[in-house]
Structures are given as C-alpha cells and as structure tokens.
Design a protein around this ligand. Structure first.
Ligand code: PMP
Length: 364
C-alpha cells in the first residue's frame, strides 16, 4: 500500500503486509467467535486452536523433532539469558560462551549470576566483525553447554555453520532472536534455541524456546516459576496467561511462511536481498563500507558506514524522506544498519540500493 514505508528497523520490525491485513480483518470478530483474540480466554477452545496451530506450523517449518518441546514464553530473549543457565545447569557448572557481539556478551554476563560461564572466544578486539574458526576454540572440559548468538543484530555477524560442543553430554544453546525462521536449521544440533519474536516472526512480547525435552526438569531451586521450563512444558505454555495476541500473530506469520514454501524458499529470497545490498556496498568503490568479514555477513542485519561520516546523518534523513525509515545504525556502533528480515520485500532492498547509488552520485 502506498501509505506504508519500508521499515528497516532491527526490531520491532516490519511484518508481512498480508499478515497485517489478515489480522485487521479478524481483529473485531475472530472467525465468527463474536470477539477478538485479545478478549478470549486463554483456556477456551478457540485460543487453544490458535496456539496449537502456531506450534504445529513452527514444527513444520523448522522440522522440529518430537523429542523437542516448543515453549511460548514472555520476558524477551533477555529473560532467556538467565533462564537458560537456571534450567540447564547447577550453580557450580562451567558453561562456555562464544562472544561475537553485544548480545552474546550480555548473555555471557547474565549467566555469571547463575553458574560459571567462560568466554572462550571474543570478537571484541576486532570490533565484533568475525566468527572464530571452530577448530581453534579451547572448549572447557566438563562444560554443560556452549552458547552462541547465531546472529548478532547490532554488529551484523551471523554463524553460517555451528560449532560442536566438545563434551559428551554438552549441548549447543543458541540465541536466534534475529535470524529465527530466516533459513532452515538442523534443530537436532542444538540442546536449545531461543528467540524473541519481534524481528522475524511477530510482535514483541512473545519469546519462543525450543528445548530438547530430556534437558527439562532440572532447574535450580531458586528458579522463579515463570522461568522454569518444566512448569511451562507441563502446561503447554499455558501455566499463566500467555501473550495471546502475540502468539496469534506469530501463528499468522508461520502460516504465511509455510505457504511461501517453507524456510528453504524463504532463505532463497533472503540470499537474493542480502546479495543485492552487499554487492551495492562492495561495488561502491569505498563510498559505502561494511566492516564485517565477508563469509560471516548477516543476511538479516546489514551494518554499513560512509567513507565520509559527516554525510551519514544526511543519508538517513534523505532516505526517510523517500519512505525508507530506521536506517540509523545502533548507537553503540554508529553508521547505518539496514535490517532486512523475512518480511522486507525485495522491492524495499531494490529501492534502498537505487537510493544509495543516487546518493553516491550526488555526494562522491
Ligand atoms: N538477542 C538478540 C540477538 C537480540 O537482537 C535482542 C534484541 N535486539 C535480544 C537478544 C534481546 O531481546 P529482547 O529485547 O526480546 O529481550
């Protein structure tokens, strides 16, 4: 629609237009129930059908094996920074963190309250532009889990393959907040995957955790009831009132992704968009620059700078005038950042690239 902008925000982020229109059409009276999803009992059969369908479509999309539990939680991915160690280890347990950006670092710091985390690699000295070579990692013997942030939203670094935890009973734990459902993932490689919904799959307020079921049930005694995976698993994410409307929206997004042909198709579209934008940056003869190492550049969050930083504010302002908004980089890194999640249409990236070329022609 002509009154919508291309929203390059990192999250909350753009949602598929057809999903928004569907939600609009169902807002006032959900499928003849005489009420909106916001007004329904979370224990009624209507809402049960919504949450069950959302889970089942997510299981289809990610091919989640039956030995894994899917939880719809609250508190954002930030809450999982605490919940993961509280549920998966004892206070004396060692856990390893690969710190590839500020989100991985936040997760690492939070874990120190509940167990004994070691940062076995940090990209900080290289300004978080790299992912380590896995062979060179010095994993801690006896570690309970190895934690990664699969896509660093601020720095734009993304794991393209995953490290294998060294310990026999050790599991890989991943924060996939900003690349969740952007491509197929082999869930069996992970003990746990978690993601806040507000980038790729819905509104803020919903956090999804996919946990190997045998890992559930050993939470530390101090674990608040709302952070205990067993409580949520035993109650099918309905222990207390869940974020019903947000779960409904996620469900509409999952349905849309299934209809697009699943995550392999979605990934193809994301590769196309990402290549277009990175090629424009790399082909600008240094006018635009992306600091991230080529092999690990994120297909979701593309940070870039201008060789002449004084022009950056102008770039963001002019782009906004042309209905391309939220292109300012995170305050911690500066420059620009284009978040191009699943719901960003190719037309949005094409328009941005055209604008970049035009901007360069006028300012080079
Ligand atoms: N992890 C990553 C990778 C993120 O991008 C974010 C949010 N930007 C968070 C964690 C924190 O998420 P929330 O705001 O949902 O707590």
């Amino acid at each position: 629609a002509t009154d919508r902008v291309f929203n390059f925000a990192a999250g909350p982020a753009t949602l598929p237009e057809n999903v928004l229109l569907r939600a609009q059409s169902e807002l006032y009276n959900w499928r003849g129930s005489g009420m909106s999803v916001m007004e329904m009992s979370h224990r009624g059969k209507e809402f049960l059908s919504i949450i069950q369908k959302a889970e089942s479509d997510l299981r289809t999309l990610l091919n989640i094996p039956s030995e894994y539990t899917v939880l719809f939680l609250q508190g954002g991915a930030t809450t999982q920074f605490a919940a993961a160690p509280l549920n998966l280890c004892d206070p004396s347990d060692v856990v390893d963190y690969i710190v590839t950006g500020s989100w991985g670092d936040k997760a690492f710091k939070e874990a120190a309250k509940y167990c004994n985390p070691k940062s076995i690699w940090s990209g900080k000295s290289a300004k978080y532009t790299k992912i380590p070579n896995f062979d060179s990692l010095q994993q801690t013997p006896g570690a309970k889990f190895l934690h990664i942030c699969a896509n660093e939203t601020i720095h734009g670094v993304e794991f393209k393959t995953y490290p294998t935890p060294a310990g026999e009973n050790e599991v890989l734990v991943a924060d996939m907040s900003s690349n969740f459902c952007s491509k197929p993932v082999d869930v069996t490689k992970f003990g746990m995957i978690y993601a806040g919904a507000q980038k790729n799959v819905g509104p803020s307020g919903v956090t999804i955790a996919i946990v190997r079921s045998d890992l559930i049930g050993n939470a530390q005694p101090i674990t608040p009831v709302m952070l205990d995976y067993k409580i949520h698993a035993d109650n099918n994410s309905l222990y207390n009132t869940p974020p019903c409307y947000g779960i409904y929206m996620c469900g509409l997004v999952f349905e849309d992704l299934v209809e697009q042909g699943g995550l392999a198709e979605v990934e193809k579209k994301n590769v196309k968009k990402g290549s277009l934008l990175y090629d424009a940056i790399d082909g600008s003869k240094g006018f635009f620059r992306c600091p991230v190492e080529k092999g690990v550049r994120s297909l979701m969050n593309v940070p870039f700078t201008l060789a002449k930083p004084v022009l950056e504010a102008e770039f963001v302002k002019e782009a906004a005038k042309e209905k391309m908004v939220q292109l300012k980089g995170h305050r911690s890194v500066g420059g620009m950042r284009a978040s191009i999640y699943n719901a960003m249409p190719l037309a949005g990236v094409e328009k941005l690239v055209t604008f970049m070329k035009d901007f360069q022609a006028r300012h080079d």
